[in-house]
Design a protein around this ligand. Structure first.
Ligand code: ARG
Length: 281
């Protein structure tokens, strides 16, 4: 079967490694850039909410075509970043660890997502520590990679460890453009990651090199359009359409990259993964 990068013509290849994840998304009905909490955001420049919706729909359709179980949370007026569902919490073993946002602009999203988790049968662990959910916590196999530096406090790494009883590996982000872990590191399958070395401090880099000697090393070019901000089912990897080297590296290793263009949501500093929160029961 041929692989393709065009979302309108998805080659859904089958592979025993592929799973059918449940994910939570939030339609960008209220998306705009009205404040600046990361270097990507320029409130003085216009945004096009209808284009954001069209592009987001392509991502939604891609997930449906891949057979994912896609859930939706209603976006709220005045919370333009709520589309970035990855930050709404971290969900594993049926427990949703709620988010507590670093910036007050996003503060009300924490309780809004926790309300959704409760209403949808998840046990909620209320956060004491500042953390931005799957933006900074990524599950790789049985371990949780946890970042701090710009958003989540390091105290949240202890908190998440005590909630799930799993190994938590602390990493430090150092480049403000890659302010969440999911902008600098992608989980491809339980043993494979891709990352941008320059986004991490030296101690974190040695941990990553040691744990994942065969990781895909991203180019600065791909990372600079948030190409690493991708979502994988273990075989099909939904990535930014313009991340061409990353796509080639994935193909070479037998994965199926599927490109989606979310250029409008990039104006808020987010991409594919930011719009996707995995719900693990
Ligand atoms: N404007 C949002 C913020 O700065 C973008 C969040 C992107 N989400 C992510 N998981 N990286 O918080």
């Amino acid at each position: 079967m041929t692989n393709t990068l065009a979302p309108e013509n998805i080659a859904v290849t089958t592979d025993t490694k592929a799973t059918k994840p449940s994910v939570l998304m939030c339609r960008p009905e209220h998306f705009t850039v009205s404040y600046r909490i990361n270097p990507w955001m320029h409130p003085e420049e216009p945004t096009d909410t209808s284009l954001a919706l069209t592009q987001w729909n392509a991502l939604y359709d891609t997930y449906q075509d891949l057979g994912f179980d896609v859930h939706l949370i209603d976006g709220l007026q005045g919370l333009p970043d709520m589309v970035y569902a990855a930050n709404g919490g971290f969900v594993l073993d049926g427990i949703a660890y709620g988010a507590k946002f670093h910036y007050p602009e996003r503060g009300p999203e924490g309780p809004a997502y926790m309300e959704w988790f409760r209403a949808n049968g998840f046990q909620v662990a209320e956060p004491q520590e500042v953390n931005e959910g799957e933006g900074d916590f990524l599950l790789v196999g049985d371990s949780i990679l946890a970042a701090s530096g710009f958003r989540s406090d390091s105290g949240s790494h202890q908190e998440i460890a005590s909630i799930y009883g799993r190994e938590v590996v602390s990493l430090q982000l150092i480049n403000p453009s890659y302010y969440h872990l999911d902008t600098a590191l992608a989980v491809i399958d339980p043993t494979t990651i891709a990352y941008l070395p320059s986004a991490f401090d030296d101690a974190s880099l040695s941990i990553l090199r040691k744990r994942y000697p065969d990781a895909i090393i991203a180019t600065e070019e791909d990372a600079s359009i948030l190409g690493l901000n991708s979502f994988s089912d273990g075989h099909n990897v939904v990535i930014a359409a313009r991340a061409t080297t990353f796509a080639k590296d994935l193909l070479d290793r037998g994965y199926n990259p599927i490109g989606v263009d979310l250029s409008e949501l990039l104006l808020g500093g987010g991409g594919v993964k930011c719009c996707t929160l995995e719900l693990r029961s």
